[in-house]
Write a protein that binds this ligand. Structure first.
Ligand code: GLN
Ligand code: ZN
Length: 760
């Protein structure tokens, strides 16, 4: 018997029903009962879709009103004391206070789920923590599913991954390891499993993606202890790994008392052979052969070959997506405007379920039984391999002609720096911003009307020019040294560029959850990337025409564009990144030609592209930094290249920042109080830096004193002539009423610094 199953289904609803319900609930427009009703409807609909697609086991418990890690925190009662939770079941007020904060309390920390763009709520542990069953969500949902006749397989985050992804709050300065909490945590899991068994459930899926990371030895022995305890439940446990290989753990996994293992064969196909040769008899091997993180149709023949090979060595082969479909959009059927040919290459969650069930037929009844589907699949593969819409001879020629020199500036930094100083004549501690200014309702209205055809191109252009002029005048009045145009014309920093490049497509409903009720609609890079005309030059040039101050051109970098899109899977990501880099390079050169002397290339997603395993870092860094340098190196020495990254976790990647060789890097640092600059000093970072002195995530207006003292601190770590003065990130989400006084104070803080410099 072959089992076909799924690891998780998107919870958001094909028409973003969950978002709408949550936001209405938060506003007070609907009550708890109504919100729960929407949840129940969505679950039932999603279970039925999966059952009707022929799945033998349907995941249950993957539904969440916010996040599956937060649900686990609720389940085990690990509610931080500050939320005043007093026992019983975790109620909505407590749950949403942890997720998004309340009037009195900030939310819990949020961070990226492995290398996806999904964010989870980070559990907080203290040494004295006690765990108790405080949410029976998975049990309730299992009951609901069973009552509907669904073959339910409850899904939980496994205890090792749950602890691994949390953080420790030291208690009276005493450090402890969260792994020490394992023994206290397990009884809650055991209780949950026992109750599931009492309902008549047979299989349960425990997700342990942490196993793909570089886990220390003691965590691996914790794994063994955990699963010995959990196997007492009498349930069959499927231990699910995904996002990378667990090949290096094959012997540890083999000796675990579980009934099945799931492997991600999309991300890590080569791990299969290690498991096939040693798979214990009687244990299920679930093979993730359908990509849960991308939107391309599966190559069915290739997937079937993998399954056939596995079947020849292992009795109990299961078929699954590589990981939960949480990371895929819901239903391709809703795309009515997508080019039909492109659409015929794609599969969203609903379509992926059908692929799974076709593969099952093929494996059980032979290839002839699915001959039609195989033929169609081969056809898609061969069209994608040859289509002129994907493969451009020009792009190939340019890629082939690339030399080392294209990925390096003409001169070393010191020489460039002195040329730039002669050219730009900026004061010490030059002030600037990160690019965007408030996206006012006027801007958003104009864009919406323009898209709907209610505003013509000339009208739209006039509105945007008005906004640019306003931004330039404000900056002049504030006395900033390097101005920006404000990005009023951009809805999104990736989409804006994607829409003007060939090789990109956009969906109407291809949403995936980023966090809570925030969903993103990533562009799809289906083919060779090419720029046919300047994308930003006219806006920037217009802004420069309004002022004598230098205006900074603003672009999104190749790694960020890659990282925030669905990327073609028929060539290495590095190659796609290089193509994007060439397009951005052309834009950089055009900006220079148009008289722009300072150009910023944003790379906020550079760090999140780091592979999950350290051994793979070097390779990534090499091509990713290479792509940035190709994008930035087409200009003369005297043109100043800036880059921006809006986070503060640089400790691991200092050498990378130097590899980028940007003349100036602006980073977030106000919240960490400049501490991270000490690491820049130790690393003796050579180029110029703008550590953010203004936390733009909050509506608060920081005072001159506050920013001045941050600058003094920064000057303690770095040379005064290395430093720039700027906010942490773009000001798009703020209002002018907040931005204007904050920037005025920032400029004053810079002036104070200048006044204290020894006269030269
Ligand atoms: N230039 C962009 C802005 O200011 C940068 C955004 C980002 O770093 N995420 O909005
Ligand atoms: Zn930023």
């Amino acid at each position: 018997m072959t089992v076909v199953h799924n690891l998780g289904f998107p919870r958001i609803g094909a028409r973003r029903e969950l978002k709408r319900a949550l936001e209405s609930y938060w506003k007070g427009d609907i009550d708890e009962t109504a919100l729960c009703e929407v949840g129940r409807d969505l679950r039932r609909r999603h279970w039925e879709i999966q059952r009707d697609a022929g799945l033998d086991l349907v995941p249950v418990g993957d539904f969440s009103f916010y996040d599956q890690m937060l649900d686990t925190t609720a389940m085990v009662g690990a509610v931080p004391a500050r939320y005043g939770f007093s026992g019983g079941s975790v109620d909505f007020a407590t749950y949403f206070a942890m997720a998004r904060g309340s009037d009195a309390l900030p939310a819990m920390e949020m961070t990226k789920w492995f290398d996806t763009n999904y964010h989870y709520i980070v559990p907080e542990f203290d040494a004295a923590m006690a765990f108790e069953l405080r949410s029976t969500k998975v049990i309730e949902h299992a009951k609901e599913a069973l009552a509907l006749g669904i073959l339910a397989k409850p899904v939980l985050i496994g205890p090792i991954t749950y602890l691994w992804l949390g953080k420790e709050r030291s208690h009276n300065g005493r450090a402890f390891s969260r792994l020490d909490l394992l023994e206290r945590l397990l009884p809650v899991y055991q209780e949950t499993l026992k109750r599931l068994r009492d309902l008549g459930v047979r299989w349960v899926q425990l997700d342990e993606p942490a196993l793909v990371m570089d886990l220390p030895k003691n965590w691996m022995s914790g794994l063994q202890r955990a699963y010995e305890a959990l196997s007492q439940s009498g349930l069959d446990i499927l231990l699910a790994t995904y996002f990378e290989s667990v090949e290096d753990r094959v012997s540890a996994l083999e000796s675990l008392p579980v009934s099945g293992i799931h492997l991600d064969l999309v991300r890590a196909p080569s791990q299969l052979s290690a498991f096939l040769s040693r798979h214990p008899k009687g244990r299920a091997l679930s093979l993730g052969v359908v990509d849960g993180r991308n939107i391309w149709k599966t190559d069915l023949s290739k997937a079937l070959s993998v399954l056939e090979e596995a079947r020849s060595k292992v009795d109990d082969v299961w078929i699954a997506p590589s990981c939960s479909l949480l990371h895929s959009p819901v239903d391709l059927q809703l795309e009515t405007k997508l080019d039909p040919e492109l659409k015929s290459w794609m599969a969203f969650s609903v379509q992926k379920l059908h692929e799974l069930s076709v593969l099952k037929q093929g494996l059980e009844h032979g290839r002839d039984a699915i001959a039609g589907a195989l033929r169609d699949s081969d056809d898609v593969q061969s069209r994608r391999a040859t289509s002129e819409r994907i493969h451009s001879a020009d792009v190939k020629k340019r890629l082939d002609a690339l030399t080392k020199a294209d990925a390096a500036r003409h001169s070393k930094f010191a020489k460039r720096q002195s040329k730039q100083r002669d050219e730009l004549r900026l004061p010490p501690f030059p002030t600037t911003t990160i690019g965007s200014f408030p996206q006012t309702t006027a801007i958003r209205d104009a864009r919406a009307k323009y898209k709907k055809g209610e505003l013509d191109a000339a009208g739209y252009e006039q509105t945007i020019r008005g906004e640019i002029e306003h931004a330039v005048r404000q900056q002049e009045r504030l006395g900033l040294d390097v101005l920006v145009h404000g990005e009023a014309e951009r809805n999104d920093m990736v989409e804006y560029f994607g829409e003007q490049l060939s090789g990109f497509a956009f969906t109407q409903n291809g949403w995936v959850q980023s966090y809570g009720s925030r969903y993103v609609k990533p562009p799809i890079i289906f083919g060779d990337v090419k720029r046919s005309a300047p994308m930003t030059v006219s806006w920037i040039q217009y802004a420069q025409s309004l002022t004598n101050k230098p205006l900074k051109g603003m672009l999104t970098g190749p790694v960020t564009i890659l990282q925030w899109s669905f990327v073609r899977d028929d060539q290495p990501r590095s190659q796609t990144a290089t193509q994007i880099a060439l397009a951005i390079r052309d834009e950089v050169v055009d900006l220079e030609r148009a008289g722009i002397r300072i150009i910023q290339i944003d790379e906020p997603a550079f760090r999140e592209g780091l592979p999950l395993k350290r051994k793979d870092w070097d390779e990534y860094i090499k091509w990713a930094a290479g792509a940035f340098r190709i994008a930035s190196s087409g200009v003369t020495d005297s043109t100043q290249i800036h880059t921006h990254m809006c986070y503060a976790e640089f400790n691991d990647i200092f050498d990378v920042l130097a590899l980028l060789d940007a003349d100036v890097i602006t980073i977030e640092s106000s919240r960490s109080g400049m501490e991270l600059l000490d690491a820049f000093r130790k690393f003796s970072y050579p180029n110029e830096i703008g550590p953010g002195v203004y936390d733009i995530h909050s509506p608060r207006v920081p005072s001159t004193d506050e920013m001045h003292s941050l600058l003094e601190k920064a000057a303690g770590f770095l040379a005064a002539d290395q430093l720039w003065v700027n906010p942490d990130c773009g000001l798009k989400t703020r209002r002018w009423e907040e931005v204007t006084p904050a920037l005025r104070n920032m400029v004053d803080a810079a002036k104070r610094m200048r006044n204290k410099l020894p006269a030269s």
